[in-house]
Design a protein around this ligand. Structure first.
Ligand code: PAF
Length: 277
């Protein structure tokens, strides 16, 4: 198994890429969920690039930027497993040549202020800004993101379309542990007893989805009952339509949750059909 080529600058990238390009942006600490994104992306273009960059601007002061797991050698092995051609691992100077307080950034708009954005007001500005920069540096035809961060995926899709970036944004289903816990780099922060409890987050979503036919109030009540039973108080538990607007009876909807279990905040979401007409 030959490993991917590691490049750190735009010039090295340009010299190494050829033909159509698929990009999987990551912050490293790669797990099976990331490997699925890479495998999904592999047939979509001639060159598959994975970026590994822990982006400082999407962390607020006091969040886990310094502690965020950095596992570069193991990450390269995961990339080799998935047939990645190039790993783009830029420095902060390459990504932010004018410094972290540069004057131009991407405003996520009103959908960036709800759900995660209400808890982390500067988060999506940081995410969209770095993704826009990665699109500019890598020049992908297609970029693949996980549905686990559903609001992030929705906002990146909107950004690509509304700013005419010419990148097709593809979402991939969440990869889960046996008890339903969504895979995440932050799951490694969970202590053994917290890990056991964490499965309740997805169980709550499944209970909510199973009540879909009874309407939105029943969905939220069923999900909250499972969280209550396990002593989990969510930061939010909300039902939206697939575009994060108000849910519409009789249509598809999304149930989204975030909750702290021990040290990490865990995010998950599920699609469901809402009853009513
Ligand atoms: O989902 C992530 O890992 C990050 O938010 C992303 C999209 C790589 C931007 O830093």
């Amino acid at each position: 198994m030959t490993g991917p080529l590691v490049v750190r600058t735009r010039e090295e990238l340009r010299a190494a890429t050829e033909g159509t390009i698929a990009l999987v942006p990551t912050m490293g600490a790669l797990h099976d969920g990331h490997v699925q994104l890479m495998k999904h992306a592999r047939p979509l273009a001639q060159t598959l690039v994975v970026s590994i960059f822990v982006n400082p601007t999407q962390f607020a002061p006091g969040e886990d930027f310094d502690a965020y797991p950095r596992t570069f050698d193991a990450d390269l092995e995961r990339c080799a497993e998935a047939g990645v051609d190039i790993v783009f691992a830029p420095t902060v100077d390459v990504m932010y040549p004018d410094g972290l307080d540069a004057t131009v950034s991407v405003d996520a708009g009103p959908l960036g202020q709800i759900l995660e954005g209400a808890q982390r007001p500067t988060h999506f500005r940081g995410v969209l800004t770095v993704v826009a920069k990665l699109f500019g540096l890598v020049g992908p035809d297609v970029a693949v993101f996980g549905e686990k961060d559903y609001q992030q995926l929705t906002l990146i899709r909107l950004m690509a379309r509304e700013l005419c970036l010419g990148v097709e944004v593809v979402g991939c289903p969440t990869v889960r542990e046996a008890d339903g816990l969504a895979m995440s780099s932050r799951n490694r922060y969970l202590e053994a007893d917290e890990r056991q409890l964490a499965g309740a987050i997805n169980a709550a979503l499944r209970a909510g989805a199973a009540s879909g036919r009874e309407g939105g109030t029943a969905v939220l009540a069923a999900a909250r009952a499972v969280l209550d039973e396990h002593g989990i108080t969510p930061d939010y538990l909300e039902l939206t339509d697939p575009d994060l607007a108000e849910p519409v009876p009789g249509r598809e909807a999304r149930l989204l949750v975030a909750a702290r279990v021990g040290r990490p905040r865990l995010l998950d979401n599920i699609a469901l059909n809402l009853g009513g007409n």
